[in-house]
Structures are given as structure tokens and as C-alpha cells.
Design a binder for this molecule. Structure first.
Ligand SMILES: CC(C)(COP(=O)(O)OP(=O)(O)OC[C@H]1O[C@@H](n2cnc3c(N)ncnc32)[C@H](O)[C@@H]1OP(=O)(O)O)[C@@H](O)C(=O)NCCC(=O)NCCS
Length: 249
């Protein structure tokens, strides 16, 4: 049995590996790229193994435009990974205002400091090279450049690959509940000040056991890693330790 996903903090950069970005170009997307993102989303959404993994937006184009800086009301940026002229992957950072209903940081009472780790999709032929993790680290930097130190992502309980990647980059399951009628986990990271956990006292939980995870997070337990080797993989929960107030000098 071994603990997985115990990430370094601040998140460790991935080992340099030509398979990851060697042949790709990375750039922030602009309004003229909206059709490329819509086409990639269409391909990925059509091929999902389980529709709960990622739910289509009511207005796909408005969602993409909002995260690409295409409208005056938009609040986000999108990083694109290109293989020549082909969009291989994209990752969005949402920058809603502190009180905006879309600001996921509000659940942790950190709306003012928070950016949303929004949608990330990798075209099927480009998976398995760690692009989601690479783009996660890039979005942490982008969030910090926007003055945001807390990043929050929303994940379906069925999206094991995505949750695995977020945990490996140092994010923790801080909240479990219903958002927009869907059962979701919120994973968060504070890039300025790592959270502490009581790692002496752990609870192992089935990744799909929504009720148990919801009850634990409501009592101050957070999901800190995955554990392999006990039948199906388990999520490891530990008590979140409140930050010790700084001692005035
Ligand atoms: C989720 C997604 C972005 C990941 O793409 P990717 O960066 O190519 O992911 P990789 O294949 O490199 O990474 C997969 C990792 O997840 C792990 N993984 C895969 N399936 C898993 C499972 N069922 N349980 C746990 N971990 C799993 C792999 O072992 C690998 O981990 P490792 O790097 O530690 O070995 C991609 O699958 C995708 O676009 N999915 C559809 C859209 C989506 O769900 N987006 C995320 C929510 S916004």
C-alpha cells in the first residue's frame, strides 16, 4: 500500500520531457481562436465515456468567449497548445469578481483571492503526455500574475484522471456537495500559504462515495491524496488544521 499524490508545495515543476511540450507551441488564445476551441470541445464531449465527466454548457460559445477575453464582460484567459495549426489541448482560467456566483472560492470564503481552474480538454490523440498537469502549473502562474493566490477547480466524482492530476499538482478536496444540481468535488490550493492537515489520523473513502465525502468535508476533513493497494483505489481524508495566526513581533 502506498500513498499517492503527496505533492510538493509549492507544486514541483514536471521533469523536462520532450514528449510533453517539445513539439508543441503554447500561447494565450484570442477571439479568433473561438471556433478552434468549440471544435475541440465538440470532439471531446462526443467521446466522453460517461456524460457526468463533463457537462456541456447551455451556451457553449458564450462560455468559451467569456474565458478567452472576447467580450467586455469576460473574465478569464485560455491557454492553447498547438501541434502546428491544430489545437491539441486548451486550459481555461476563470477570473470572476469576488462576489460573482461563478466564483468557486466563495465556498471557502476566499472569493476575493480566488481564480477558477476552469475547463481543460486534451484531444484524445494527445493524451497521456501530462498536458493537463503542465497546463495546471501554467494556470497557477497565470492566476498569481492576476493577483490571485487561491485556485479552485470543480470535478465530477467520476472523473478519476482529472482528480488524480489535480491532486498530484497539490490541490486538495476542500468541499463536496451539489453545484447546479450536479454532485461535485471542489479542489483548492493556496499558492501563498500551504494548508496543514493532521496526517496522523486518516480516513479512507471510496472515490464515488459522495455522501461520505460530503459528510467528512462538512466536518472539516479534506481529501489530501489517493491510496493504492486496497482493492479499488481510495481517497485519503485528513482533518484540515486551521492556520495559526501570525505572532506579532
Ligand atoms: C482529463 C484530461 C484533460 C487528462 O488529459 P491528459 O493530461 O492527457 O492526462 P494524462 O493521460 O497525461 O494523465 C492521466 C493521469 O491520470 C491517471 N489516470 C487515468 N485514469 C485514471 C483513473 N481511472 N483513476 C486514477 N488515475 C487515472 C493516469 O495514471 C495518469 O497519471 P500519472 O501521470 O500519475 O501516471 C483528458 O482526459 C480529457 O480531456 N478528458 C475529457 C475532458 C475532461 O474531463 N476534462 C477535465 C475536466 S475540466
Amino acid at each position: 500500500m502506498r500513498l499517492l499524490s503527496v505533492a510538493a508545495h509549492p507544486p514541483a515543476l514536471l521533469a523536462a520531457d520532450r514528449r510533453r511540450l517539445g513539439d508543441f507551441q503554447l500561447r494565450l488564445l484570442a477571439p479568433q481562436d473561438v471556433p478552434l476551441v468549440l471544435a475541440l470541445r465538440e470532439e471531446v464531449l462526443a467521446g466522453l465515456a460517461d456524460p457526468d465527466l463533463y457537462v456541456r454548457e447551455d451556451d457553449e460559445e458564450a462560455f468559451v468567449r467569456a474565458h478567452i477575453g472576447a467580450d467586455p464582460t469576460s473574465s478569464g484567459e485560455t491557454i492553447g497548445v498547438f501541434d502546428g495549426s491544430r489545437l491539441a489541448a486548451y486550459a481555461m482560467l476563470g477570473l470572476p469578481s469576488p462576489d460573482h456566483p461563478d466564483n468557486l472560492g466563495r465556498v471557502l470564503a476566499r472569493g476575493r483571492d480566488a481564480a477558477n481552474i476552469a475547463s481543460c480538454m486534451v484531444r484524445p490523440g494527445y493524451r497521456g503526455r501530462g498536458l493537463q498537469r503542465t497546463l495546471l502549473a501554467a494556470r497557477f502562474s497565470l492566476a498569481q500574475a492576476h493577483g490571485k493566490v487561491v485556485c479552485v477547480a470543480m470535478v465530477s466524482l467520476h472523473n478519476h484522471a482529472s482528480r488524480h492530476n489535480l491532486l498530484r499538482e497539490g490541490m486538495r478536496i476542500a468541499w463536496v456537495g451539489q453545484l447546479g444540481g450536479l454532485r461535485r468535488q471542489l479542489l483548492a490550493i493556496d499558492l501563498a500559504r500551504p494548508w496543514d492537515f493532521d496526517e496522523e489520523n486518516l480516513r479512507l473513502v471510496d472515490p464515488l462515495d459522495w455522501e461520505r465525502q460530503r459528510s467528512l468535508t462538512a466536518q472539516g476533513w479534506w481529501g489530501i491524496s489517493e491510496m493504492e493497494g486496497r482493492g479499488p483505489d481510495k481517497l485519503v481524508f485528513a482533518r484540515h488544521q486551521p492556520a495559526t495566526p501570525a505572532v506579532p513581533t
